[in-house]
Design a protein around this ligand. Structure first.
Ligand SMILES: NC(=O)c1ccc[n+]([C@@H]2O[C@H](COP(=O)([O-])OP(=O)(O)OC[C@H]3O[C@@H](n4cnc5c(N)ncnc54)[C@H](OP(=O)(O)O)[C@@H]3O)[C@@H](O)[C@H]2O)c1
Length: 292
């Protein structure tokens, strides 16, 4: 089925709905915002790079003259900016928050919270936002959509190294953070509804463009052909605006988690004991972030 046909069959109009998207300037974020604008949503772009964010706003406004867009600066490595954004979002009507921003193969360092930056970008800061905005979203029947990754499957959490700062391997640090994000949110929402965990499978964006130059030059074009384009890969995330995920469920491409249209399935990647520990630790990390 074509992307356009899937959209017509599966997505309602979002006219009058306000949806905030983090990482809207990224490969998936841009496509996601185009779909959301086409569905009539009002957008709040949560980005660290205001030049890119403004460029996206102008592009969307040219494409969809009716669209309403606001921008808020938010760098997930800087908790002060995350707190300001959270306070601003609390003042806005909000029907959906999509925690889409993420980073994988980046130079590692400790943030001013003392946490590894990959852990903070992919888990601690988005969890803080989810925690701060949950009642606000609940009050309006709003939804939280968190973007997970297949990589969560490759890292078992470690109480001795919560943020994986001693692990040099990017895949492990990223996988650990995504595992924290996904399982902490299952715990936070329980059976209540209003949460979806979605993932795009594998699609060619900046996050997948981290290989050494020569290898990258060789694999770049086959990758673009083999994997789904971001425009289609982001449909699972859109589906999260209409479909709940219960504990251990996620929405992603139906074939091998990599190809095809969105399908919800049950994960068997984390035992009950580990999931419980993740939830407790997430709360400790949140408490450690201090007041807004
Ligand atoms: N592509 C895939 O195959 C794949 C697979 C599984 C999961 N995902 C997930 O999908 C989501 C979107 O990724 P993508 O593929 O679109 O990658 P991308 O093109 O690299 O986009 C990542 C987005 O996150 C933003 N970001 C990175 N660090 C940030 C920070 N410190 N503060 C605020 N924003 C920050 C980027 O901002 P800038 O534009 O300023 O860099 C960008 O907007 C991520 O959560 C990723 O983990 C992607």
């Amino acid at each position: 089925m074509k992307t356009k046909t899937w959209m017509q069959k599966n997505m309602p109009s979002l006219s009058g709905k306000v949806i905030a998207v983090s990482g809207s300037t990224g490969g998936i974020g841009v496509e996601l915002c185009e779909h959301l604008a086409a569905l009539g949503a009002e957008l709040i772009l949560l980005d660290r790079n205001q030049e890119k964010s403004k460029g996206l706003q102008e592009k969307l406004e040219a494409q969809f003259p009716e669209v309403k867009i606001r921008r808020m600066r938010m760098d997930l490595e800087e908790m002060a900016s995350v707190k300001v954004a959270a306070c601003e979002l609390l003042k806005a009507p909000l029907d959906g928050l999509i925690l889409n921003a993420g980073a994988y193969h980046i130079p590692r360092h400790k943030c001013d919270t003392g946490l590894d930056n990959v852990f903070q970008i992919n888990f601690a800061a988005p969890y803080y936002l989810a925690r701060e905005l949950k009642s606000h979203l609940d009050a309006s029947g709003g939804r939280l959509v968190a973007v997970g990754s297949i990589a969560h499957n490759y890292s078992q959490t470690d109480p001795e190294d919560v943020d994986f700062s001693t692990r040099a391997k990017h895949s492990l640090a990223y996988g650990n953070a995504k595992r924290f994000l996904m399982y902490s949110l299952y715990g936070l929402y329980g059976k209540q509804g209003g949460l979806a965990v979605a993932h795009p499978g594998i699609t060619f964006t900046n996050i997948t463009a981290h290989y050494p130059k020569v290898i990258f030059a060789i694999i770049k074009h086959p990758m673009k052909v083999i994997f789904m384009k971001p425009r289609r890969a982001c449909l699972s995330i859109l589906q999260g605006l209409t479909q709940d995920c219960g504990r251990n469920e996620w929405i992603g491409p139906r074939w091998f988690d990599v190809w095809g249209l969105p399908k919800k399935r049950v994960l068997k990647t984390c035992g009950e004991k580990e999931a419980e520990w993740i939830c407790q630790t997430a709360e400790e990390v949140y408490e450690g972030m201090g007041t807004p």
